[in-house]
Design a protein around this ligand. Structure first.
Ligand SMILES: O=C(O)C(=O)C[C@]1(C(=O)O)C=C[C@@H](O)C=C1
Length: 288
């Protein structure tokens, strides 16, 4: 059969084939290194899943990204690469919450997008069951909807989190849309829609946020909690406070808070725990 392909198209395809081979070779080399990590003691028994390291990889690549490939496409490709390397290092599965009538909930869709299409994802009827499956080791991570002010008590998974064993270790999606703002001011990024909880201590990435669970006295109002935190240099980015059955507040602050941070010791609350920390998300569109 005669070849009617114009020569320039044929040569461009030769070039694409060459690039695909080079990419494939590099992906196979990357997987060999991960296989070595998994087989050796090089990680010293530390957790396989390192969300801070994953964030640093993606931040670095997004920072050097140029040209026609959309940032979202770069992100998708690397999320699949990293998810496959998690799978390579042992059983890795994700728990999330079922939506209405068994359909995917928004957080289940976010979990799939972040952990890739090949990672086993189990949907649970409630957030507390999803959390329990990480507590028992059945799942390596649970992706749970971001807490909301006024949510029903049974949806408030952050009140039930077993600390310090379980931690919030990531906020999703990592590649965030701009916030909808009609006033022309710099809108910033949309708040995370979900948080990932796992039985590991998160790593600092240089640009992080931390979550604190506070058990205040009943008379310690939102304003008083805010003032006490601001007074020690931990001004809340946002706060959720509930009164019943016991007063509790969830607060997000800038930076990576360590357990031994002296600012925490001086706060006037009966109980306070660090629920975790996560790498600040990156913008979906390049701001340059
Ligand atoms: O650096 C590690 O510890 C790895 O296991 C490798 C790797 C990766 O593919 O780059 C995979 C999973 C971790 O969550 C972080 C990074």
């Amino acid at each position: 059969m005669p070849d009617h392909t114009p020569p320039d198209l044929a040569s461009l395809r030769v070039e694409i084939d060459r690039i695909d081979d080079a990419l494939h070779d590099l992906l196979m080399r990357r997987a060999d290194i991960v296989a070595h990590m998994a087989a050796s003691r090089v990680k010293g028994g530390a957790a396989t899943f390192r969300p801070g390291r994953e964030a640093l990889i993606l931040r670095r690549l997004l920072g050097r990204h140029r040209g026609a490939l959309p940032r979202a496409a770069l992100f998708r490709l690397w999320r699949e690469v990293i998810a496959s390397s998690l799978a390579q290092q042992g059983n890795f599965s994700v728990a999330a919450v079922q939506g209405e009538q068994g359909a995917d909930s928004p957080s289940a869709r976010i979990a799939r997008a972040h952990f890739g299409l090949l990672t086993p994802l189990k949907l649970h009827a409630t957030t507390n069951r999803a959390l329990a499956s990480v507590g028992s080791g059945e799942a390596a991570v649970a992706v749970l909807p971001a807490p909301q002010d006024g949510e029903k008590p049974e949806a408030a998974w952050w009140t039930q989190m077993e600390t310090p064993r379980l931690r919030i270790v990531a906020a999703l999606p990592f590649l965030a849309q701009p916030e909808q703002s009609g006033n022309g001011a710099d809108p910033g990024l949309a708040a995370p829609a979900a948080y990932a909880v796992a039985a590991l201590v998160p790593d600092a990435t240089g640009r992080d946020r931390s979550l604190l669970r506070i058990e205040p006295e009943p008379e310690q109002s939102r304003a008083r909690i805010n003032a006490a935190l601001t007074g020690v240099g931990l001004a809340p980015r946002w706060m959720i406070r509930r009164d019943a059955p016991t007063p509790m507040a969830l607060v997000e602050v800038e930076g990576f808070l360590a357990e031994e941070d002296p600012r925490l010791a001086s706060l006037p609350f009966p109980r306070l725990q660090i629920l975790g920390a996560y790498a600040e998300p990156e913008p979906e569109e390049d701001a340059r």
